[in-house]
Structure formats: structure tokens, C-alpha cells
Write a protein that binds this ligand. Structure first.
Ligand code: ADP
Length: 372
């Protein structure tokens, strides 16, 4: 039986040993002998202090004391330096009791986990490096967009001044084109700035009383012009149940709406765009505001619905060429809604139209409410 037991433990790929309470080896397996390059007989005459560094010996002693004290299994990780190389071990120790139930020996099993540990460490270092690169990229984007905004505002200001001076029709046309391109560029830069701010966690939301109906109609004024230009309908309906004044961030709500309605108009060439705001249950002074934006536009294929909320993602490669855009609008919408603990969704049928919706909970306010 002894030979059989020895053969079994010799075939275990971890170091296995039994020690007495003074720390002398009683039984050792092949793996342990291989580690020290000793025969079992040689090893049996050694103690921990002859074989290991002081730190390891202290760890062993502490673990042994725990095993004896609690008469139960102890597990821990240990690092052993051998020939200048670090080895990580997963150590399991448990007591062997005599017939009176007293701890007589301690059995240990040490598994070399160096490879796994090194992989973990490499992965951790790679993750840290990737995080550093990502945050460098984000602050670069934020700084760049900020730097570009100042001269852009200069170009727009000067173009406006030029437009208010006497110009012949050709000069007016050129200047209006400059202004339109500058506005477009500024919108893209603002998107990038917002997106990088959101990503770097620097985005703050206001919590102020605001008049919802006013906020919605004001946000949609420039888009009404666009709808008229494209000869499509833009209708807004706010349910009577929706309270007058809510507490929250009106500018961010307007930004979400402008993005969704802007997209709806962009991708619709006939029919209309319909905005509907209503409240789910009004309870304990909270309005569960739901706004949907439906259009009769080109629609989105079912297999693209999931990914259009990701950053820099467009339905297909032609979209950018045909309709412009950066693929950031919906990513910003999703972040703005989710950072306010809301939900955003989309339903669409190719060639028929799309409905984008979001829900955000707002506290109802009794204060007069600011106009935005
Ligand atoms: P952008 O409009 O700048 O390309 P978005 O993130 O706002 O970026 O939209 C991502 C993509 O989702 C669009 O490029 C388009 O393919 C699709 N999409 C968004 N809104 C609509 C809509 N109302 N109708 C059809 N497709 C849409």
C-alpha cells in the first residue's frame, strides 16, 4: 500500500509532501525532488530553512500554524526565487489527524502556476498600456477640438460680418457657402468634443427646473427650416399629461432631440418626421418621459440596428458619401441617455421608416422653470 501511495503521488504533476510538526519532511514526491535536484533520501534530511529563503520559510510557518490552529485546509500563493528565476506556486495545505483527532502531520501540495501568472501579468500590463493610450487619445481629441473651435468661430463671425456688408450676388453666394461649411465643420467638432468628454468621464449634467414644451420647440426651430427646405413635414406633439416644468438638463435633452430629429430629416426625402413626447406613470413627483422620433425615410436593415449606436458606425460605406456625417450622433445620444439612467431604442423597416425612442426619468418641479 505504501508503494502504491508513493507511486500515485509521484505521478501528480505538483510537488507533494508530508511534514511533521517540527517541519521535517516525512514523505516527498518525484516532482519535489526534481525541483531541488535531490534524491528523496537527501531531501528527507532537510528542513525548510536549508532549502528556502527567509520570506518563504516565514510564509510556510504561518500557513502551518493556521492549519494546526483551525485544523482545516489553508490555500495561498507564494513566490519562490530559484537560480535567479521567479516561480509562482499555488499552495494547498491540510492537516493529517491521528486516531485521537489531533494534528499529527501536515500535507502540502504546491502547483507551479508561473506560466499562468506571467500571462496574467502581461495581460494586466497590456491593459494598462491600452488604457493609457486610450486616455492620451481622448485628451488629444478633446484638446484638438477645443483648439479648432476658436478659429472656426472667427471664420463664422467674419463671414457674418462680410454678409452684412455690400456684396455682389456672386460674392454673397461664396460667403454663404463659407458660412455653411464652417457651421457643418463646427457641428462635427462639437460632436467629437462631446464624445471625447463623455468617454473621459468629464461630462456633467445640470439639474435645474425647465419648461419642457419650450425646450422642445426651441430645439426644433432650425430643423423646421430644414424640413421646409426638403418639403417634408415635421410635427411635434406633447401629451397633455406631461408636466409643465421638469428638473434636469434641458440642453442635453435638446442635444438628444436635435441628433435624432436631424438624422430623421437627413434620411427622409418624402413624408414626414413626427416627434411625440409623453409620460409613463407619474408617481412620487417623477415623470417617466418618453420621446419618440418617427420618420418615413430609408429605414435601417435589421442586421445593422444593433451597431448603429456604436461610435463611428454608419449603416454602410455609401452613407457617408451620400448623406455626410461622422457616425458619432447616435453614440452621443446613447451615452447622454444612459448617463441620465435612461434607455434608448430603435425600430425600423427598410424602405418604410424608423422610430427612435428614449426614456429618461425627470423629477417634476413646482418652480417657475427656466426657458431654454
Ligand atoms: P451620422 O448620422 O453622423 O452618420 P449617427 O450615429 O447619427 O451618425 O447615425 C449612424 C448611422 O445610423 C447613420 O449613418 C445611418 O446609417 C443610420 N441612421 C441613423 N438614423 C437614421 C434614420 N432616422 N433613418 C435611417 N438611418 C439612420
Amino acid at each position: 500500500q505504501h508503494r502504491l501511495t508513493q507511486e500515485i503521488i509521484d505521478n501528480i504533476p505538483s510537488a507533494v509532501y508530508i511534514k511533521d510538526l517540527e517541519g521535517r519532511y516525512m514523505v516527498v514526491n518525484k516532482k519535489l525532488c526534481e525541483i531541488f535536484g535531490m534524491t528523496p533520501q537527501e531531501l528527507l534530511t532537510h528542513r525548510d530553512a536549508d532549502l528556502f529563503q527567509n520570506d518563504n520559510v516565514q510564509n510556510f510557518r504561518f500557513a502551518n500554524e493556521q492549519v494546526i490552529l483551525h485544523r482545516s485546509m489553508v490555500t495561498y500563493e507564494d513566490v519562490v526565487m530559484r537560480n535567479g528565476v521567479k516561480h509562482y506556486y499555488w499552495v494547498v495545505k491540510f492537516p493529517l489527524l491521528n486516531s485521537a483527532g489531533e494534528v499529527q502531520n501536515i500535507c502540502g501540495l504546491a502547483t507551479d502556476i508561473t506560466e499562468r501568472k506571467e500571462n496574467e501579468l502581461q495581460l494586466m500590463q497590456a491593459t494598462r498600456a491600452a488604457e493609457r493610450a486610450r486616455s492620451a487619445q481622448e485628451s488629444f481629441l478633446a484638446n484638438m477640438s477645443h483648439e479648432i473651435r476658436t478659429p472656426m468661430n472667427g471664420i463664422m463671425g467674419m463671414s457674418n460680418l462680410l454678409l452684412s456688408s455690400p456684396l455682389d450676388p456672386e460674392q454673397r453666394d461664396y460667403t454663404e457657402n463659407i458660412l455653411e461649411s464652417a457651421r457643418h465643420l463646427l457641428a462635427i467638432i462639437n460632436d467629437i468634443l462631446d464624445f471625447s468628454k463623455i468617454k473621459s468621464g468629464k461630462f456633467r449634467f445640470e439639474h435645474i427646473p425647465f419648461k419642457l414644451r419650450h425646450a422642445i420647440s426651441k430645439a426644433l426651430i432650425p430643423l423646421q427650416f430644414k424640413a421646409e427646405e426638403k418639403l417634408i413635414e415635421l410635427k411635434v406633439e406633447v401629451d397633455d399629461m406631461v408636466p409643465e416644468v421638469l428638473m434636469g438638463d434641458p440642453l442635453r435633452l435638446q442635444q438628444i432631440l436635435i441628433n435624432l430629429v436631424g438624422n430623421a430629416l437627413k434620411f427622409t426625402s418624402q413624408g414626414g418626421v413626427y416627434v411625440l413626447a409623453r409620460c409613463g406613470e407619474v408617481h412620487a413627483g417623477v415623470c417617466d418621459l418618453e420621446i419618440t422620433v418617427s420618420d418615413t425615410g430609408i429605414g435601417i436593415p435589421a442586421d445593422k440596428l444593433e451597431m448603429i449606436f456604436e461610435s463611428f458606425t454608419q449603416n454602410n460605406a455609401n452613407t457617408s458619401r451620400k448623406y455626410g456625417g461622422t457616425g458619432l450622433g447616435l453614440a452621443i445620444v446613447k451615452q447622454l441617455v444612459e448617463l441620465q439612467r435612461g434607455k434608448v431604442w430603435v425600430k425600423s423597416q427598410l424602405g418604410i421608416g424608423s422610430t427612435f425612442g428614449f426614456r429618461i426619468e425627470y423629477n417634476i418641479s413646482n418652480m417657475p422653470g427656466e426657458m431654454f
